[in-house]
Design a protein around this ligand. Structure first.
Ligand code: IMP
Length: 190
């Protein structure tokens, strides 16, 4: 974490009630799809930890939970370069299991493009993606998001697990980063 602690929280984009209703809908869809199948939910650290905690508790079928740490290298002021490093790998063999990747936000799609290709080499039965947020206008690599919470405009957002410069993950809602802070162009840590 760097820089002075200033209040960078802008307008609320998605409030707690709206998030929780949508997460419940996604949970019901996922339950119906995987019922009784061998399932591993793979949460991408750090940003998805809040979404994953809420989503997994409304999925009503036995599953294993794994975590993967990824670091995306900065390519421009606020975008990833597509060069991704696995900082903390899955300890569980994925062969013979369906994998549900749980991600906070799909921005350019470069990170998930890398991850899905990497996971495919481990021979899972299937790979699907649950993402809370998607910024379609920023797409570089189109990603098929099987369970999507919300499409959002091209704004830098914080809260509900998402950070700016390591902070604001603990906000209960999704807020827009104040324009002054967004202009600093610092890409968040994972
Ligand atoms: P992508 O590779 O460009 O799709 O970026 C994926 C990662 O960038 C996400 O998992 C987030 O960690 C981060 N990210 C992208 N947009 C935002 C945002 O608006 N707020 C916080 N993090 C973001």
């Amino acid at each position: 974490m760097t820089g002075p602690v200033t209040n960078a929280i802008g307008e609320v984009l998605i409030d707690e009630t709206t998030i929780s209703r949508r997460v419940a809908e996604l949970g019901a869809q996922i339950t119906a799809e995987y019922h009784g199948e061998p399932l591993v939910a793979l949460a991408v650290l750090k940003g998805s930890f809040v979404f994953a905690a809420d989503l997994l508790r409304v999925i009503d079928t036995p599953l294993a939970v794994e975590f993967i740490g990824l670091r995306s290298y900065i390519g421009g002021r606020t975008s990833t370069s597509g060069v991704v490093e696995i900082t903390n790998d899955v300890k569980y063999p994925l062969g013979g299991h369906h994998v549900l990747v749980v991600e906070d936000i799909v921005d350019t799609g470069l990170t998930l493009d890398y991850l899905v290709k990497n996971l495919a080499t481990r021979n899972p039965l299937s790979i699907k993606i649950a993402a809370l947020l998607h910024k379609p206008s920023r797409t570089i690599k189109p990603i098929q998001i099987d369970y999507l919470g919300f499409e959002i405009p091209d704004e830098f957002v914080i809260g509900y697990g998402l950070d700016y410069d390591g902070r604001y993950r603990n906000l209960p809602h999704i807020a827009v980063l104040k324009p002054n802070d967004a202009q600093l162009g610092l890409f968040p840590s994972r």
